[in-house]
Design a protein around this ligand. Structure first.
Ligand code: IPD
Ligand code: CA
Ligand code: CA
Length: 262
């Protein structure tokens, strides 16, 4: 059970919104300067000084506020985590680093809180447009102060599907069949901005291979709006490892699972 009262959850939500406001200002200021860009596993896997500074800032805030916090984050300031017991915070300090570096758009800062493996609260900050998508199963989902309604339950052939470009290119996981069946398909190149489009009903589904910090926040917001989130075989996500994640409307979820298996 998530035993935090509604008021406690609203207080945490407001506090994290203040952190995000601060980290947004730092990020915008850093974008006016020369970024230091480094590669990690390969030439497409980028990290910048802003990714690292943001993660240090946010993990410091979390640890100061919640002394029992466990943190899973991308750039090394988190903990090594083997279970989902207790308060688990997920941090992606810049999601879509290549978009951040090359486009200065379609990137996000993401935080999620799970308690005893149950979704509690999530935040996806669209830095450039200054919109935070935030909330959870108890308090509802908001774009800044505006409460969001569940998106229409459209099928795959009625809407746009978002897919990982690399896997679409090589026809993995049935992505080629899924793209053909959809009304349209797009590659956004970042998990948070893709989740936002599905949450807003601009896309009927999104699938990509993701790490926990890529999908932890999007999962909470999507499920809180009645969308389905699973792996590409329809099974529950493993919150502690990478998954081929699928978020979709009920109807598109069914369509995509069928095409994946065929
Ligand atoms: C990446 C993006 C991308 C996904 C990669 C992620 P990052 O996040 O979300 O869409 O395909 O797997 O790593 O590394 O830019 O935070
Ligand atoms: Ca990242
Ligand atoms: Ca990411």
């Amino acid at each position: 059970m998530n035993d935090l009262s509604l008021i406690e959850q609203q207080e945490i939500d407001q506090m994290v919104l203040l952190w995000l406001n601060e980290v947004r200002k730092k990020t915008i200021a850093a974008m006016q300067q020369q970024l230091n860009v480094y590669t990690k596993n390969d030439q497409r896997d980028l990290v910048t000084n802003v990714d690292r500074e943001n993660e240090r800032f946010l993990t410091d805030k979390i640890r100061h506020y919640d002394t029992s916090a466990h943190i899973i984050s991308e750039e090394g300031f988190g903990d090594r985590q083997l279970t989902m017991a207790g308060n688990m915070w997920f941090v992606d300090p810049i999601d879509g680093t290549m978009n951040f570096v090359k486009q200065q758009s379609d990137f996000a800062i993401m935080i999620a809180l799970y308690r005893e493996n149950k979704p509690v609260l999530a935040w996806i900050l669209d830095v450039v447009n200054n919109i935070v998508y935030h909330g959870g199963p108890a308090i509802g989902v908001f774009a800044n102060q505006l409460k969001l309604a569940p998106p229409n339950n459209e099928s795959l052939s009625e809407g746009i599907v978002l897919l990982s470009g690399a896997r679409l290119l090589y026809g993995m996981f049935g992505y080629d069949r899924i793209a053909k069946e959809a009304l349209g398909y797009r590659v956004i190149g970042a998990a948070g901005p893709s989740f936002i489009r599905v949450i807003l009903g601009q896309a009927v589904g999104y699938s990509s291979k993701m790490m926990p910090w890529d999908f932890a926040a999007g999962r909470i917001l999507a499920e809180s709006l009645g969308l389905l989130v699973s792996d590409i075989d329809g099974k529950p996500l493993d919150m502690l490892s990478s998954n081929i994640v699928l978020v979709a409307t009920d109807r598109a979820h069914r369509d995509i699972l069928t095409l994946h298996k065929s």
